[in-house]
Design a protein around this ligand. Structure first.
Ligand code: TXA
Ligand code: MG
Length: 342
C-alpha cells in the first residue's frame, strides 16, 4: 500500500487537505492523525471492514477494544446509555485527554468493543482531529498509531517508522501536547474507576466525581482485571532492549551507582539534576525532577531513541507515584523488564 503524507499546520488548518483525509475515512480507509495525547490510527467506526483493518495494520490482538472518537459530546448519546447527571459531570472534561467507558447501544459494531457490553468514547481537544472527525461525518475508531507493543507515537516520524505502507494516509500535524494516552475511566458502576491513568489526574477526577477507585494494577502491583481492562494486560510501550526501571526513592542514586557496575555499556535516562553523578556514562536527559509534564511529553520519544543506540541496556530513573507521576510510572513499569529499588 502506498501511504500518502499530508503535512497540516494545526494553527492554520488547510481544509482541502483535511477533506482528502476525510474522504479516505468515508471510503473505509485508514488515516493517522494527531490528537492532544498521541497520534491515532483512525477508521470509520461504523464500518466493520474498515475497523478490522486497524487491527491488521497494528498487529493488535482482537480482544483489545477500540476508542470511538467524536467531534461533539452530544453525539455520544446515539451510541451509549448515560444519565443526565453523569452527562453534566463528564462535560467538565470535554474536549480533552480523557476516555469514558459506558454501556453501549446495539448500534456500536462488535469489532469496536471486542464483544464487550461497554464502549469507550472520547472527544479529543486537537483542531486537526476535530476537523477530521467533523468532515468525515462519522465517529472515528482510533487506537494509538504504533505497532502493537511499541511506544505510542508523539511525532510523525514515529508514525512513519511504524506505519508507512500499512495505512492510506498519515497527517503530520507536528508535536502532541501531552505525550501520554488519555485517562480511561469506567463509568458503568456507582463509583467510577480508573482503567488507565493519563493526563487527567485522580485529583482532577475527584473534584468532579467525588470518590473514585484506583485499582492496584494501575501501579503494577496486582493482576489486571481482564474483564474490565482488557488492554492493560499486555507489555506495552516497550523497547526491544533490556530495560530497567529504578523506582523513585531518596536512595535511588546509590542504588544505580551500585548496580550499574554489572553492565558494560549501559544507557542512563536521568533527570537533568542527577546527570552530575554519572558523568562517565551515556545519558539521555528526561526533563527536570519535578517537571512531570516535560517528562511525560518526551517519554515515548526517549524510549524509542534509547532503543536505537548501541548500548546493551537502558536504565531509567522513575518519578514519584503522585499526580501525573502515576501515569508516567504506569507506562514505565509496563515498558521495563526489571525494576530496581521496589
Ligand atoms: O489518547 C488516547 O486515548 C489515544 C488517542 C489516539 O485517542 N488512543 C489510544 O487508544 O490510546 P488505544 O487503543 O491505544 O488504547 C485504548 C485503551 C486500551 O487499553 C483499551 O483496552 C481500552 O482503552 N478500552 C477500549 N474500549 C474499552 C472498553 N469498552 N472497556 C475497557 N477498556 C476499553
Ligand atoms: Mg495504544
Amino acid at each position: 500500500m502506498k501511504t500518502k503524507l499530508l503535512k497540516i499546520n494545526p494553527f492554520d488548518i488547510d481544509l482541502n487537505k483535511i477533506n482528502i483525509a476525510a474522504d479516505i475515512i468515508k471510503l473505509g480507509g485508514l488515516v493517522v492523525f494527531p490528537t492532544e495525547t498521541v497520534y491515532g490510527l483512525g477508521a470509520n467506526a461504523l464500518n466493520e471492514k474498515a475497523a478490522r483493518k486497524i487491527y491488521e495494520a497494528k498487529g493488535r490482538p482482537s480482544d483489545n477494544p477500540l476508542i470511538m472518537h467524536f467531534d461533539k459530546l452530544e453525539k455520544i448519546k446515539d451510541y451509549v446509555y448515560i444519565t443526565k447527571e453523569l452527562y453534566e459531570k463528564i462535560k467538565v472534561f470535554v474536549p480533552g485527554p480523557i476516555t469514558f467507558v459506558l454501556k453501549r447501544k446495539n448500534i456500536v459494531p462488535d469489532i469496536i468493543t471486542a464483544n464487550m457490553d461497554t464502549v469507550a468514547v472520547r472527544i479529543p481537544a486537537h483542531p486537526i482531529a476535530n476537523k477530521l472527525i467533523e468532515m468525515s461525518g462519522v465517529p472515528i475508531a482510533a487506537p494509538s498509531a504504533n505497532l502493537s507493543g511499541k511506544p505510542s507515537p508523539t511525532i510523525a516520524e514515529h508514525v512513519i517508522e511504524d506505519m508507512l505502507g500499512r495505512v492510506d494516509t498519515i497527517i503530520d500535524g507536528g508535536n502532541v501536547d501531552f505525550g501520554l494516552e488519555s485517562t480511561v475511566i469506567d463509568l458503568t458502576e456507582e463509583t467510577p474507576s480508573i482503567l488507565r491513568p493519563g493526563p487527567i489526574t485522580p485529583e482532577k477526577l475527584k473534584e468532579v466525581f467525588g470518590e473514585i477507585k484506583i485499582p492496584e494494577f494501575i501501579y503494577g502491583k496486582a493482576k489486571v482485571d481482564i474483564a474490565k481492562a482488557p488492554g492493560m494486560k499486555y507489555r506495552h510501550y516497550a523497547p526491544d532492549k533490556k530495560t530497567i526501571l529504578v523506582e523513585y526513592s531518596r536512595d535511588r542514586i546509590n542504588i544505580i551507582k551500585e548496580k550499574i557496575k554489572n553492565y558494560k555499556n549501559p544507557l542512563l535516562v536521568l533527570f537533568e539534576e542527577d546527570k552530575v553523578y554519572f558523568n562517565e556514562y551515556d545519558i539521555i536527559v528526561s526533563g527536570r525532577e519535578n517537571d512531570y509534564y516535560k517528562i511525560a511529553v518526551n517519554l515515548f520519544s526517549i524510549l524509542r531513541n534509547a532503543d536505537k543506540t548501541n548500548n546493551d541496556v537502558i536504565i531509567i530513573e522513575g518519578v514519584e507515584d503522585k499526580g501525573l507521576g502515576i501515569s508516567i510510572m504506569n507506562r514505565l513499569r509496563k515498558a521495563s523488564t526489571e525494576i530496581w529499588g521496589e
